[in-house]
Design a protein around this ligand. Structure first.
Ligand code: ZN
Length: 340
């Protein structure tokens, strides 16, 4: 697959002294998922920073102006005046954003936005990728025939790694309804109750409930929508599916919390967001949509296809990294134009 631009900025940022870049900034949006005191199995808990890593990122962000997302219109209108402005965001709605991350962010006095996938809030429905990882790494050894994926052989550790990599990549680009059937078959690979017992070992993957989302909103956290189901809104999805993901999520948040005008696409990379996706987000009445393509908020273009940088676990040299994000802007603009 090669190096993505985000990875390139990540690597280069390790070698450039922050002082050299202090005046080169452009405003940017950064996101993380969860923060966890302890990771038991990094193969399945792929979305979480450990506390020390997260604290190091926040230390690095002290050099920036971390702003609440309701200032986004002003920042987009005058990016030249916001060279050190950063928006901090968390995706999905994991419970550890309340029990771990929120206290750290309060300690650093940094405002943030939580994008929740509404179908997972308070329902016990796991993130489909987590469920797929449990299947690939923990299902009993054997040969499985899965709808829409075909034959999968689970044997030794190495074969499971390979199957997980290719299987999740293919699963992700199935139409939503087909993926549901594949996931149901993955569930059936486990004995009754075994999957629930296994999933319970990974507390990091537990989602918030609505009372907990309200508690975060009460602490000043902006609540945005991360679709209804945590699944890509790619070009293979039906209009009905896309409308539910955008308008359905907005309606649920507005019933439970209050006005909601920001959206972030699940997965959010080029192949995860089709023309129909950003139009569904626009038509639902959101003001802005965030992707996961690297870039800065000075890039201009479609407000429903804004760039965002995903913070990796080792991104502790953040002061050098953020000023390099502008290098992603040409690729972002080309993509925006191609799905305009
Ligand atoms: Zn997500």
């Amino acid at each position: 697959m090669g190096f993505s631009l985000g990875q390139w900025a990540r690597e280069l940022g390790r070698w450039v002294p922050p002082a050299a870049l202090a005046h080169a900034g452009q405003p940017a949006a950064l996101f993380f998922h969860g923060v966890e005191a302890h990771t038991e199995d990094p193969r399945v808990q792929t979305n979480h920073h450990e506390v020390a890593q997260f604290r190091a990122i926040l230390e690095g962000l002290r050099d920036f102006d971390v702003l609440p997302l309701d200032t986004l219109d002003e920042v987009l209108a005058h990016p030249d005046k916001h060279g050190r402005s950063v928006f901090l965001m968390s995706d999905d709605g994991y419970r550890n954003t309340l029990t771990v991350a929120a206290d750290l962010l309060d300690e650093f006095r940094m405002p943030w936005t939580l994008f929740v996938s509404t179908a997972h809030i308070g329902t016990g429905t796991p993130n489909p990728v987590f469920l797929a990882r449990l299947f690939f790494f923990y299902a009993p050894p054997g040969t499985y025939t899965l709808p829409h994926l075909g034959m999968v052989i689970l044997g030794n550790e190495e074969s499971r790694e390979k199957s997980a990599l290719s299987g999740i990549e293919r699963l992700r680009f199935l139409p939503g309804e087909q993926a549901q059937a594949t996931l149901a078959a993955m569930r059936d690979a486990f004995a009754p109750d075994a999957l629930e017992a296994l999933a319970a070992r990974f507390a990091s993957e537990k989602f918030l409930d609505w009372n907990e989302v309200r508690a975060l909103a009460g602490r000043g956290v902006t609540i945005g929508a991360h679709a209804d189901s945590h699944w890509p809104m790619h070009a293979g999805q039906s209009l009905a599916w896309l409308t539910q993901q955008a308008a359905g999520a907005k309606a649920r948040i507005e019933t439970e919390i209050g006005p909601c005008r920001f959206f972030a696409y699940p997965f959010g990379n080029k192949r995860d967001v089709g023309v129909g996706a950003w139009k569904a987000v626009r038509d639902a009445g959101f003001s802005h949509g965030f992707t996961t393509l690297s870039g800065t908020l000075a890039a201009g273009g479609n407000p429903y296809l804004l760039p965002r940088y995903g913070l990796g676990p080792r991104d502790t040299h953040i002061a050098s990294l953020v000023p390099l994000l502008f290098t992603g802007n040409p690729r972002l603009r080309r993509w925006q134009a191609s799905i305009g």
